[in-house]
Design a protein around this ligand. Structure first.
Ligand code: GLA
Length: 404
C-alpha cells in the first residue's frame, strides 16, 4: 500500500515523454502540408544539385514565403542494396555529399527535408524498402535530420496495411524526431477509415499524371482523381471523402501537376483551385527552377492558398454536377462563416456558367462575393451570378457573410 503512490507517480512520469512525443507528432500537420516532391518531373533522374537548386529557386520565387515547406526526395535515392549493417545508403552518384549535408542545406534556407521509403522489402522502382528494417531506418532518417517520410505500398505481400503503417509510425516516434508521415497505399485499404490515427496524410487514389482527364494504365488525369474524391465512399451523397479530413488528417489526391507540359494554363489553374478546395496537401511537382511567371503566380497566390490552409480544416465537396451544362460546383466551408465556391467548365469551349446560390443548400444567408483569381468583387448572393469561363477553367469565389 505504502509503495503504491510512488510507483504510480513513476509510471505516470515514464509515460510523459511518450505522450509529449505523440502530441508533437500529432500536431505536425494542422493544415495541409505544402512543399515540393521530385517524382512528377524527375522520377529516377534526381541529383542533390537539383534539390539544392530547387530550394534556392523556392526562396527566390516566393514559394517558401507562400508556405511551401517540405522538399521531398521520392523513390530512387538510395543504392540498390543495403550495406553490411543493413543500413540504407544514398546513391553516391546522385547524393555525393550525403543526406545530412543536404538536410543542413535545406534547413538553413528555412525548409524541411522529406524522403521516401516503402512498406515492402523493395520500393516501387525496385530499391530497398523498409520491411523488417523500420526502426533502423527511422533512426537513420532521424540522424540525417529528415522531417517527412512518404511511405509507399509496393511489394507488400500479405502485409496488413494498417499494421505496416502503424509499425513505421511507432518507429518514427521511437526515433524521437517529429516526422510527417505520408501514407501512400493509393486508397486500396480505405485508409480514410483508419489512417488519421497513424499518419498525417493518406493517398486516396492511384498516381496522377499531367493530363486533364486522361488515363494511362494506373495513372489518371486530375479531373478523374477529383471525381473519385466525390464518389469513392458509397451512400454518402454529395459528401464523398470530405468527412474524413480535418486538422492533422488529410486525404491526399496526389501531388500537383501544375505547370507540367500535359496541362493548359487553364487546366493548371483549375487543378490548383480544386486541390486547394479539397484541403489537399500541396506538393508542387513541376520544375520550379524554370517555370513561367504565370505558373509561379498560380502556385503562390495567397488568396487561393488561404482556402487550402484555412484553420477550420474542412475539405470541400461537390455540391452540384450538371453534365448537360458542362458545369460542376464544389464548395468548401471556411472559418468565420466564409465559403469557397469553385465552378468548373467541363466542356471543350468557353461557356457562361450560372451559379444559382439558392441551389448550394449548405450556404445559408446573404454573402458578398469576391473572385479570388481576378481579385475583383463579384456582387453578392442575392441573385444568380453568371461568369464567362474558358474550357476546363474555373471561377473560384470567396463568400463572406453580410454583417447585419
Ligand atoms: C508509386 C507512388 C508514386 C511514386 C512512385 C515511385 O507509384 O504512388 O507517387 O512515389 O511509386 O516509384
Amino acid at each position: 500500500m505504502k509503495t503504491r503512490a510512488p510507483r504510480l507517480l513513476l509510471a505516470v512520469l515514464a509515460c510523459l515523454p511518450l505522450t509529449a512525443m505523440a502530441q508533437k507528432y500529432e500536431n505536425l500537420a494542422l493544415t495541409p502540408p505544402m512543399g515540393w516532391n521530385s517524382w512528377n518531373t524527375f522520377a529516377g533522374d534526381i541529383h542533390e544539385s537539383v534539390i539544392r537548386q530547387t530550394a534556392d529557386a523556392m526562396v527566390a520565387n516566393g514559394m517558401r514565403d507562400a508556405g511551401y515547406t517540405y522538399i521531398v526526395i521520392d523513390d530512387t535515392w538510395s543504392q540498390r542494396q543495403r550495406d553490411a549493417q543493413g543500413n540504407l545508403v544514398p546513391d553516391p552518384e546522385k547524393f555525393p555529399l550525403g543526406m545530412k549535408a543536404l538536410a543542413d542545406y535545406v534547413h538553413e534556407r528555412g525548409f524541411k527535408l522529406g524522403l521516401y521509403s516503402c512498406a515492402g522489402p523493395r520500393t516501387c522502382a525496385d530499391y530497398p524498402g523498409s520491411w523488417g528494417h523500420e526502426f533502423q531506418d527511422a533512426r537513420l532518417f532521424a540522424s540525417w535530420g529528415i522531417d517527412y517520410l512518404k511511405y509507399d505500398w509496393c511489394n507488400h505481400g500479405t502485409a496488413d496495411a494498417r499494421d505496416a503503417y502503424t509499425r513505421i509510425r511507432d518507429a518514427l516516434r521511437a526515433a524521437g524526431r517529429p516526422v510527417v508521415l505520408s501514407i501512400c497505399e493509393w486508397g486500396q485499404n480505405k485508409p480514410w477509415e483508419w489512417a488519421g490515427a497513424v499518419g498525417h496524410l493518406w493517398r486516396t487514389t492511384g498516381d496522377i499524371y499531367d493530363s486533364y482527364d486522361g488515363r494511362k494504365g494506373w495513372e489518371m488525369g486530375w479531373k478523374r482523381i477529383l471525381d473519385l474524391q466525390a464518389t469513392l465512399v458509397e451512400n454518402v451523397g454529395a459528401d464523398g471523402l470530405n468527412k474524413f479530413a480535418g486538422p492533422g488528417r488529410w486525404n491526399d489526391p496526389d501531388m500537383l501537376e501544375v505547370g507540367n507540359p500535359g496541362l493548359s494554363l487553364a487546366e493548371s489553374r483549375a487543378h490548383f483551385s480544386f486541390w486547394c478546395l479539397l484541403a489537399a496537401p500541396l506538393m508542387a511537382g513541376n520544375d520550379v527552377r524554370t517555370m513561367t511567371p504565370e505558373i509561379r503566380a498560380i502556385l503562390t497566390d495567397r488568396d487561393v492558398i488561404a482556402v487550402n490552409q484555412d484553420p477550420l480544416g474542412k475539405q470541400g465537396f461537390r455540391a452540384l454536377a450538371e453534365p448537360a451544362k458542362n458545369l460542376e460546383i464544389w464548395v468548401k466551408e471556411l472559418s468565420g462563416g466564409d465559403w469557397a465556391v469553385c465552378a468548373l467548365n467541363t466542356g471543350t469551349a468557353p461557356a457562361d456558367l450560372t451559379i444559382a446560390w439558392d441551389r448550394l443548400w449548405t450556404i445559408r444567408g446573404p454573402h458578398t462575393v469576391r473572385d479570388l483569381w481576378t481579385k475583383k468583387p463579384a456582387g453578392d448572393t442575392a441573385k444568380p451570378a453568371t461568369f464567362r469561363v474558358d474550357s476546363h477553367d474555373v471561377v473560384l469565389l470567396r463568400l463572406t457573410p453580410v454583417k447585419s
